[in-house]
Design a protein around this ligand. Structure first.
Ligand SMILES: [Zn+2]
Length: 450
């Protein structure tokens, strides 16, 4: 059974009920569900593509009015695990509780997929067509490297995206509050992952004896001390600069001055104390590469002093011309030149020859206008995100990617902080707000200089 899919709420509930926890992903069932909905639309060309049947991607082409170049909407169908999390309501039932849809992926990003598909179906139900052809790409594997998802499509089927100049994807959008003002972020640039493994070696032995000096465990203690909360050198990218300038202009005292000082780099010793800590840490994170130790592996035996310990690091590199070598050089300043560091994964980097810079032209203006009309009291904010998404991969096709899933969240809401955590949920009103904004975008988008 399929729904008409013009309402994002039941659609999201259905998507949440299809468990696409990655690993292993199993996104095929989710794609099949969306393909079944699209089977009602004879004019829509639907392709299901992927390296195997359990992990497929869907690319649907909705014909437009031919007044603008094709636009890409991309969203990932996989979600992160719920292991070890304490949920108030079951994470894979898509329950509607007090005006909110609960479940893994409610925001990240089955909620976004539901908005995109509903917007397309709504326009269609009204007998309208989008300004240009619109491609909806439902991709696998975003939460685990994108190799069988956006990476697969970009490498194997670039022809599907011919002529696309701009794309809308995740991150951004969700209303952010600061100093009593509401901001609607438009993500114009993002960091990329650089996952590393450090291996510490030294004398091990029997756990019953005094340990010799310089065991891997002792080195681990020193390493974690050095890396906890570390602020690597600052690099102010053009996108971050514009974000700080917009924030400073919109915020009341004394936050405006704090952001101005941050922008002018007058706070070398730490983030301004007058900014709330989560926002301060966020802003500081987009002014530098970051690194966090996340996984430590050692012996399973309590009576063995390990001779080897590995520490995995979640590193994030700023957008622009920064290489893995630039990043590890900064890291080595702290941990020393002799520590073994191996690269586990580098988020795709755009070939410098194809690099598309954040663009504040027509298309960006269009996003801002829609937000201003939908929520006149809020301030649209160009944003650089510390997370990385599939935007990097589609950018390799020369597509300018914007993170834009507008959600008007209730005042004081902590929904943004629930990504990847227990009790992820989205208000029905936020889903509706986003669907209306996306519908308006499809109807009116334009780009002359994008
Ligand atoms: Zn996501």
């Amino acid at each position: 059974m399929t729904t008409p899919a013009t309402d994002p709420v039941p659609l999201l509930q259905e998507l949440i009920r299809i468990n696409t926890t990655n690993p292993p992903g199993d996104e095929g069932a989710c794609v099949a569900h969306i393909a079944e909905i699209l089977a009602q639309c004879p004019e829509v060309d639907v392709q299901v593509l992927g390296p195997d049947n359990d992990r497929t991607n869907l690319v649907a082409r909705f014909p437009g009015r031919g007044e603008a170049a094709p636009l890409l909407l991309h969203g990932h169908s996989d979600v992160v695990p719920v292991t070890g999390q304490d949920w108030l309501y079951p994470p894979f039932e898509g329950l509607l509780v007090n005006g909110e849809v609960w479940g893994r992926g409610a925001i990240d990003m089955k909620g976004g997929l539901a908005m995109m598909l509903s917007a397309l179906m709504r326009l269609r139900a009204a007998g309208e067509r989008p300004a240009g052809d619109v491609l909806l790409a439902v991709v696998a594997d975003e939460e685990n490297g994108s190799r069988v998802g956006a990476g697969y499509l970009v490498d194997n089927h670039p022809e599907l995206f011919a002529g696309v100049r701009c794309a809308i994807g995740e991150e951004g959008g969700a209303g952010v509050e600061l100093g009593g003002r509401r901001f609607h972020p438009v993500v114009v640039a993002e960091k990329r992952a650089c996952w590393l493994r450090i291996t510490l070696r030294g004398p091990g032995g029997h756990g019953s004896r005094l340990a010799p000096p310089d065991t891997p465990m002792a080195k681990l203690g020193r390493l974690l001390t050095v890396l906890s909360g570390v602020r690597l050198p600052r690099h102010q990218t053009p996108a971050a600069d514009r974000m700080l300038a917009t924030l400073a202009a919109a915020l009341p005292e004394p936050l405006d001055e704090a952001v101005r000082r941050l922008r002018a780099d007058h706070v070398r010793d730490g983030v301004p104390a007058s900014l709330p800590l989560p926002e301060a840490l966020y802003l500081d994170s987009v002014l530098r590469h970051t690194v966090n130790p996340t996984i430590v592996r050692t012996t399973e035996k309590i009576n063995v002093v390990p001779g080897e310990i590995s520490v995995d690091l979640d590193g994030r590199i700023l957008p622009g011309e920064f290489s893995v070598a630039d990043f590890t050089a900064e890291l080595r300043e702290l941990i020393g030149a002799d520590v073994q560091v191996d690269l586990l994964l580098e988020g795709s980097k755009v070939d410098p020859a194809k690099l598309v810079e954040p663009e504040f032209g027509d298309f960006y203006d269009c996003l801002v206008e829609i937000l201003t009309k939908a929520d006149p009291d809020a301030v649209p904010l160009p944003m650089i995100t510390p997370a990385s998404t599939d935007a990097r991969l589609f950018a390799q096709l020369g597509i300018r990617c914007y993170g834009w899933l507008p959600m008007q969240l209730p005042a004081g809401s902590d929904h943004r902080s629930l990504l990847h955590r227990a009790n992820e949920r989205i208000p029905v009103d936020a889903l509706e707000f986003g669907t209306q904004c996306l519908t308006e975008l499809l109807r009116t988008y334009r780009y002359t200089n994008c």
